[in-house]
Design a protein around this ligand. Structure first.
Ligand code: CTP
Length: 169
């Protein structure tokens, strides 16, 4: 019947509008540099044409608690920079380690999509990335999330840039 066809068409459009791959990467992103851009580029490639790339930035208080110092740029400024990067579809603020698990579940809340968590190789084993995030060891496997480590260009880091600026003034 007409109604049935209409419903099938509508359902098809709804399925098509959902991402088939969801990619998430999390960090501080205080002074953005080409190492970060390379990471976002890889996220975009993994997501493919119908995928979605989300980046979370740690709130100022979270950074202070975890790194001992406030970031040079506050969260609104860091989000504004991330929002303008063409590889990124969505940005979110992560406010604490306790919120990490629910943030991950929120970002990956598409039952049919393939899920990828992407990070720099500085977090590869023997480093314990799940522990760093405050989730248990089986969390990623249980939730069907693939952890992908992207080779990191060592000399690029926000801390190095801050030190070079400090030494040059
Ligand atoms: N990252 C990367 N390549 C770099 C630097 C960072 O792939 N050259 C990745 C990290 O592995 C992480 C993400 O970018 O997945 C966010 O890292 P962040 O701590 O914000 O950047 P850093 O430059 O490492 O900052 P800091 O020097 O303050 O630690």
């Amino acid at each position: 019947s007409f109604l049935l066809r209409f419903w099938e068409l509508l359902r098809g459009l709804l399925v098509m509008s959902k991402p088939d791959r969801v990619v998430l990467t999390m960090g501080t992103f205080d002074i953005l540099h080409s190492g970060h851009i390379f990471l976002f580029e890889q996220c975009r490639k993994i997501a493919g044409p119908n995928g979605e790339v989300t980046v979370t930035a740690n709130s100022d208080e979270f950074v202070k608690k975890y790194k001992g110092q406030y970031p040079a740029q506050n969260i609104d400024d860091r989000l504004a920079v991330l929002q303008s990067i063409k590889h990124i579809d969505y940005v979110e603020t992560l406010t604490s380690q306790e919120d990490t698990e629910s943030m991950i579940n929120y970002v990956f809340d598409y039952p049919t999509a393939d899920r990828f968590m992407v990070i720099g190789s500085d977090w590869a084993p023997p480093k314990d990335y799940p522990k760093q995030l405050g989730v248990d060891e089986g969390f990623f496997v249980r939730n069907g999330i693939s952890l992908l480590y992207i080779p990191r260009t060592d000399e690029h880091s926000s801390t190095n840039i801050k030190n070079r600026v400090r030494n040059s003034v």
